[in-house]
Design a protein. Structure first.
Length: 249
């Protein structure tokens, strides 16, 4: 598992998948940083008023490996938030929002991603590809792609019975290949589903605001999120459907 232990999941994605999305790259990068204990998530219970129900909020802070971790460009979309102040603890969904904004779009993410020495040798651009921000695999890139896909195929055969994070074999694999475990078949964790949902909400929200549909006043507040956050903004309903936006007047 030489390559899966050296490459981040985002690097593997861009190398082996034909149509990777911005959201997929962000999602798998975040979960990889969690599994590597560079970042950590934790929950806080709050009851704003004694008549209100207790709510659970998910936060993200630095993990035990943060200070000694040598991050790559695409990982800094998440990690730069904590560089100047290691004590920061950010609400999960706010970190999603900030990281999504820092990474801008798929093209920008890809450009940062392939700056690593390994991937730099994998891609080339001609004049027309430069204009449309497209790339071609080099001979080295094609060979590496096949080697990585072969490792994934071999691992799929070995871990066909693993389907829970408690499984000791899965834990050992996580230590070795981090978030690349999600590239395998029969691996399905609830946290990945939650990340997928939250990233989708943030992207949808940004598109709505860009279209000037009336939700530009919806504020982002730490105290207005629950663990089941839903932006609620709808292009059909203006701000009337914003659940807990706080800034809608």
């Amino acid at each position: 598992m030489k390559y899966l232990s050296e490459l981040t999941p985002a690097e593997v994605y861009i190398l082996t998948k034909e149509n990777v999305t911005h959201k997929e790259l962000l999602k798998i990068t975040f979960i990889d940083l969690i599994l590597k204990q560079v970042l950590k998530t934790f929950e806080v219970q709050r009851q704003p008023h004694f008549r209100h129900k207790i709510r659970i909020y998910k936060y993200v802070g630095i993990g035990q490996n943060f200070k000694n971790y040598k991050s790559k460009n695409h990982e800094k979309f998440f990690l730069s938030t904590y560089e100047n102040d290691n004590s920061i603890e950010m609400l999960f969904r706010n970190l999603v929002k900030v990281s999504y904004q820092k990474s801008k779009n798929l093209s920008y993410f890809k450009n940062e991603l392939i700056k690593t020495p390994t991937l730099k040798k994998c891609f080339s651009q001609n004049i027309f590809q430069t204009i449309f921000n497209r790339y071609s695999l080099t001979k080295y890139g094609k060979e590496l792609k096949q080697k990585v896909k072969k490792e994934i195929q071999n691992l799929n055969s070995e871990v066909a019975s693993i389907n829970t994070i408690e499984n000791q074999k899965a834990i050992e694999l996580i230590k070795l290949i981090g978030g690349n475990i999600f590239l395998l078949e029969n691996i399905n964790y609830d946290l990945l589903d939650q990340i997928d949902s939250d990233l989708a909400n943030e992207m949808k929200r940004k598109e709505i605001i860009s279209d000037e549909t009336g939700c530009s006043g919806c504020g982002w507040s730490f105290d207005n999120y629950s663990s089941n956050f839903d932006s609620g903004c709808s292009s059909n309903s203006g701000c009337g459907g914003c659940g807990g936006c706080g800034g809608c007047g």
